[in-house]
Design a protein around this ligand. Structure first.
Ligand code: SF4
Length: 393
């Protein structure tokens, strides 16, 4: 059986998913596969059309219908207590996602997520605490808080955002050796006080993933994003001033309709000035049903691509510089994979979110235990990964 967990956010993801489903269909025809389930955002966005086009798929389930998949295949679901949600075991036992909510109220003009996933709906704080404790009892050493926008957590339930309260409750209730990592913080709701709080708490990782998409006020306005250049520059500069080793991550869209060369150049300047550790860049793609797709001033593909390439080339240099800062330093890492034959281990530090960031490769790693923390000394730095040794006792 195969379960395709899809993304319907942008056209390139839609195409990639459809190609995977077509490959699985031909495997099924040849008898190499019995069942196919397609789950996730693609079903929310194009479910009815796809059901007609891909008849050999056995099960279709929207992003919020994971129980349908469990009921159909009866896989090894971890039964979660009380209100906490059950889950499929997709990640390593020691690194788990804690999804704090679903949907988004920001309605950026290029984005399909509010129409696919709906308005922001938070999971009650008590249920999240219960789920977090359950995951930790089952071996989690790192909880990655995820949601389309963590900073809005709780507003729908409690009338105002409650991310601070969620963090302090997790901090109070969880054992002290569990990492808390936040993924996706909207810049408009990040301020100096929040950055101080993160910097001052050892288990809330000094890792700020703040997707800004652009820095120019006029482009941000066309994107229907509430942020202003001055605010964005201020919070990133503040984080750097509080802790020069803060891991800063952002996301940029290149070639938004009407983006001029001067406006794009501002983005490059900003990345250098703010010394952003890691950047996820996307070439703008007009998405069906979004206001941006109907705007004038769409930019030629070759220009969009060239801006993307220039940004990535510059960012590779910035990332390398940031990586070199760690040479000779000690870093606490979480051991993800021990390769015994090579006497090596792949680990992650506070700077490395699972799947999206780099790794720390540790020589002599065969003595390490997967899912445990260890302190290593950094000996080499590449653009994405660091390399390290275990200090002699
Ligand atoms: S904040 Fe993020 S998820 Fe929400 S509309 Fe904007 S880009 Fe989409």
């Amino acid at each position: 059986m195969a379960i395709v967990n899809t993304c319907g956010f942008i056209q390139s993801a839609v195409e990639e998913n459809i190609n995977v489903i077509l490959d699985l269909e031909s495997m099924k025809e040849k008898g190499a596969l019995k069942k196919i389930a397609v789950v996730g955002c693609l079903v929310n966005r194009y479910g009815d059309e796809m059901k007609k086009e891909l008849p050999s798929v056995d099960l279709w389930a929207k992003a919020e219908e994971w129980e349908k998949v469990a009921a159909y295949f009866d896989p090894s679901i971890i039964a979660a207590p009380g209100n906490a949600r059950g889950r499929l075991q997709e990640t390593r036992r020691w690194s788990r996602y804690l999804k704090v909510g679903e949907g988004c109220d920001t309605f950026c003009s290029y984005c399909t997520i509010p129409s696919i996933r709906g308005r922001a709906r938070s999971v009650p704080l008590s249920a999240l605490l219960e789920e977090a404790l359950f995951l930790v009892r089952n071996g989690a050493k790192e909880l990655c808080l995820v949601g389309q926008d963590l900073t809005i957590y709780g507003k729908d339930l409690y009338g105002e955002p409650r991310l601070d309260e969620l963090l302090s409750s997790l901090d109070r209730e969880l054992p002290s050796d569990v990492w808390i990592r936040m993924l996706y913080l909207h810049p408009s709701r990040i301020d100096e006080r929040f950055i101080d709080m993160v910097a001052g708490n050892a288990r809330i990782l000094s890792y700020l993933d703040i997707p800004i998409q652009h820095i120019d006020d006029d482009v941000l306005k066309m994107m229907n994003r509430p942020d202003k250049e001055g605010h964005i520059r201020r919070i990133f500069a503040y984080a750097r001033s509080v802790d020069p080793l803060f891991a800063l991550r952002t996301t940029i869209i290149t070639g938004f309709p009407g983006e001029t060369e001067k406006q794009f150049a501002k983005v490059l300047d900003f990345l250098e000035e703010a010394e952003i550790d890691r950047v996820g860049a996307f070439i703008y793609s007009p998405e069906e049903g979004t206001p941006a797709a109907r705007m004038g001033g769409h930019i030629e593909e070759s220009i969009k691509n060239s801006r993307y390439n220039r940004l990535m080339t510059l960012q590779a240099e910035i990332s390398k510089e940031r990586q070199r800062l760690f040479l000779g330093r000690k870093l606490k890492v979480l051991v993800d994979e021990v390769v015994r034959d090579d006497d090596f281990a792949w680990c992650r530090s506070y700077r490395d979110a699972p799947e999206v960031d780099g790794l720390v490769g540790v020589s002599g790693g065969s003595i390490l235990t997967e899912g445990s923390f260890v302190e290593v000394i950094i000996t080499d730095a590449e653009e994405h990964d660091l390399f390290a040794e275990i200090p002699r006792k």
